[in-house]
Design a protein. Structure first.
Length: 143
């Protein structure tokens, strides 16, 4: 399943990048999520590892992520993570790019699902996932 959204913001490329690469802060704008930093250098980059624990009580799950690509922006920046949790696997990425009006953030989630789940509820997961990520990113990128 692939979810891809574009969010325009009046933030500069650098400000948007800094917001999105402050791993601990993701829990402030992703609903029901607490971030746990497992490994991070002095500056964010390749090899950083963290968990997004999402949910409530026994209904929570861990999204274990490792940064595998980190290209800080000039006029464009890209960050990719590999997801290696028990439940959530796949990858996610975001890119920031300069526009005439500010910056556009492109967020992509690639999460493999069993074929029967994809066929049965994949469309609903994409709609809900896109709405949740759009709302979270809009909150994170407020100017």
């Amino acid at each position: 399943m692939r979810i891809s959204i574009d969010i325009p913001t009046q933030l500069s490329v650098e400000a948007a990048w800094n917001t999105l690469t402050t791993w601990q802060a993701h829990g402030q704008w992703i609903p029901l999520t607490k971030m746990i930093i497992l490994k991070q250098g002095e500056q964010p980059g390749v090899g950083d590892k963290f968990i997004g624990r999402t949910g409530i009580g026994v209904l929570a799950f861990d999204d274990v992520m490792t940064v595998t690509r980190f290209e800080a922006p000039g006029t464009r920046g890209v960050c990719e993570v590999t997801k290696s949790g028990r439940l959530v696997k796949g990858s996610a990425s975001f890119a920031v790019a300069k526009t005439d009006a500010g910056t556009v953030v492109t967020w992509v989630e690639d999460i493999p699902l069993p074929a029967w789940i994809e066929k049965l509820v994949g469309w609903a997961l994409k709609v809900v996932g896109a709405a949740v990520f759009r709302a979270a990113l809009t909150k994170a990128l407020r100017t």
